[in-house]
Design a protein around this ligand. Structure first.
Ligand SMILES: [Fe+2]
Ligand SMILES: [Fe+2]
Length: 188
């Protein structure tokens, strides 16, 4: 069995969990009257959906058959809801997850894909890894502001539909993560 297939499935599972979790974190942030933090959680939730789509494509190409996501992804939303804490703790949890994905999980997965000479999976992992780093930094920025009791300004948030990169205020002419043009950014 190819390790890359296993890695793709694990990544899809992880991204699906993050996508669902961030939606709950967004609800909590709205409840606690942090609409801008809620907005960021919502935007990054859609960015994780981009990673799921890319990994699913790679998995289909690699296996040659259309694999249904429901066959191996089962996110227990009720259990996940119970892990929701206050917004500060949720930001810390999100930073931890994004950092693990950048520094460990995707780092290993990129290596494995290289070893198996699977360029499609390698690209999918590499783009996700770079985007997760951006996600971690944005969460860190908001955590700092929250800790200092600073007002968080209302921002426009754009998500690259090719790689899941997230940009504030204006979509760049060229995505710094995947090199695609501005038209691939969607405002969330
Ligand atoms: Fe992320
Ligand atoms: Fe991009």
């Amino acid at each position: 069995m190819s390790i890359v297939i296993e890695n793709l499935k694990e990544a899809i599972m992880g991204e699906s969990t993050a996508k669902a979790k961030y939606k709950f974190f967004a609800e909590k942030a709205y409840d606690e009257n942090y609409p801008e933090i809620a907005h960021l959680f919502e935007a990054i939730s859609t960015a994780e959906a981009v990673h799921i789509k890319n990994h699913m494509k790679a998995l289909t190409l690699l296996t040659g058959v259309e694999i249904k996501i429901e066959n191996f992804v089962d996110v227990n939303e009720e259990a996940l809801k119970k892990t929701v804490k206050d917004t500060k703790s949720n930001l810390i949890d999100a930073i931890k997850g994004e950092t693990y994905e950048t520094k460990q999980m995707y780092k290993d997965f990129v290596k494995n894909a290289k070893k198996e000479e699977n360029e499609v999976a390698e690209l999918s992992f590499m783009l996700a890894r770079k985007a997760e780093k951006v996600h971690a930094n944005l969460f860190k920025k908001y955590l700092k502001q929250l800790e200092k009791n600073q007002k968080i300004d209302k921002q426009k948030i754009y998500v690259c539909q090719i790689c899941g990169n997230v940009e504030f205020e204006e979509a760049p002419l060229v995505c710094p993560v995947c090199d695609h043009t501005q038209k691939f950014f969607k405002e969330i």
